[in-house]
Design a protein around this ligand. Sequence first.
Ligand code: ADP
Length: 612
Amino acid sequence: MTQKQTLNFQAEVAQLLHLVTHSLYSNKDIFLRELVSNASDACDKLRFEALQDNGLHEDAPNLEVRIEFDAAARTLSITDNGIGMSEAEAIENLGTIAKSGTREFMNRLSGDQKADAQLIGQFGVGFYSGFIVADRITVESRRAGLKPEAGVRWESAGTGDFEVEALTRAERGTRVTLHLREDAADYLSPWKLRSIIGKYSDHISLPIMMRKEGSPEEWETVNSATALWARPKKDITPEQYREFYKAISHDYEDPLAWSHNRVEGTTDFTQLLFIPSHAPFDLWNRDKAHGVKLYVRRVFIMDDAEALLPLYLRFVKGVVDSFDLPLNVSRELLQESRDVKAIREGNTRRVLTMLEDLAKGDDYAKFYGEFGPVLKEGLGEDFGNRERLARLLRFASTQSDSVSVSFADYKARMKEGQSAIYYITGDTLAAAKNSPQLEIFRKKGIEVLLMADRVDEWALNYLDEFDGTPLQSVAKGAVDLGGLQDEAEKKAAEEAAESFKPVLAKLKEALKDKALDVRATTRLVDSPACLVVTEGGMSTQLARLLKQAGQKAPDVKPVLEVNPEHPLVKKLDGSPNFQDLAHILFDQALLAEGGLPEDPAAYVKRVNALLA
Ligand code: ADP
């Protein structure tokens, strides 16, 4: 194809571009970081591909990025001799967004420029950030290994469309030329450019070159040009760590913590891991874990966190540089490699240590609010670290509205004679807190942990005990207060249950299609009845959630527990409306825990009949 072609941007790109130019004024400088980062990625890709095909280096084996400007023309250009793009690649890469979750992300934008600017920072605008400062961008590129005539010129004003045409380009790689807006002319200054590079791109391992002041024929390197993680820790300032984090994560906020280590043992590697301060937009996308980049002796291999960290730590960002892996390591090989396994375990231990340290300070609440639910997945995924993970969990409780109670805190407050850690799950914290199942616990002043994250029910399945104390759901099985119940109470309860037996039998018969069993309970104080599931059974909430999510869930028949002391229950004996009352009792218990009667209309009819 030689003729000039005008093509439309994918709708999401057009939307993104609009946002970029309208809401990212406050932090203009980042465009340079993004473009330099793309240039550096392109060089990484060349280096990687050249491992298989040395010819790709052509006659320019030294990878580098050059930045220069033309004040008269008001242009600024960033040139790399990396992998470059073919015409098809330019159309694809610069005209569409391949990122998964793009559509959902776009839907979350509110139209409020300030809020959107923050979100968009998280998403990573990459190449398109050039349009913050430019009203036109020209990209000239040629893919390594293709003929000079196979180059491409791409140009756009960043609105609805872009143009592409064929180009002959002797050098491989890419040159991005920004035609600066009038109000961005301050970037036409060597001093300004150098200071931005120093701040945002110093860690780039390639030389970033600019013309020497005073003798413009000569070029000089203006960054440190060594990978940040490969430098001694003592030479790296906290500011540099933070900027490095922002560059690799596209985050606009500082990380909560980081850890930088040279690990020696089964396998040698350097790890530099960061804990972000807020969740990315795609945190729940479990099949696209990314964010920890793998290098082998400084050569970038892939951005594939999955091999390097368990999935429940997918929020971690960073770099791993292995000394032992072969350079031609493939994804398949990664999964089987013992070195990779050792790296993964080392990373996991390190992250848990970071979190343990974080848990000592005030930042932990922030961390936990963002990533707590993800961390809980670890109970089911990482048996080896279950104990450590359990210590990192925090919950709300009947004694604390904030999600801040650890199992250890709970244990320290346990009542004399209490032998279990009690918890309840609900659709929301409020629902859990108001659950009738808690009544006896409240009366006796026994703390119960409240759980309302979707993963809780599932995750807690994997945790039977903490530090020797069993965990017990107050909504499962018969209530067993063990040593917390005194003898007199026990006796009274047994007697009440005995005299209540005939009514129970009738209830059981009336509700045989709905309830697995009906029994008397001492767990209720103010409520007439509640539903529980059998020990080891799936809770009704979880079953409901699974069904909502379109998954198969067993039809759990709950157990109806009734409070023989309650006036409504006392009325049952000999009542002419026994059948209706029995069903109302059951349906109300269901309503109280956030469920819906099987036949809501019938329920309303029965209640109304009684009211009338
Ligand atoms: P990201 O870098 O997050 O993938 P960008 O919007 O910054 O997103 O870039 C989109 C794509 O364009 C890149 O993934 C890459 O394939 C291509 N690209 C951008 N800049 C360059 C460059 N300097 N050399 C080669 N390819 C590039």
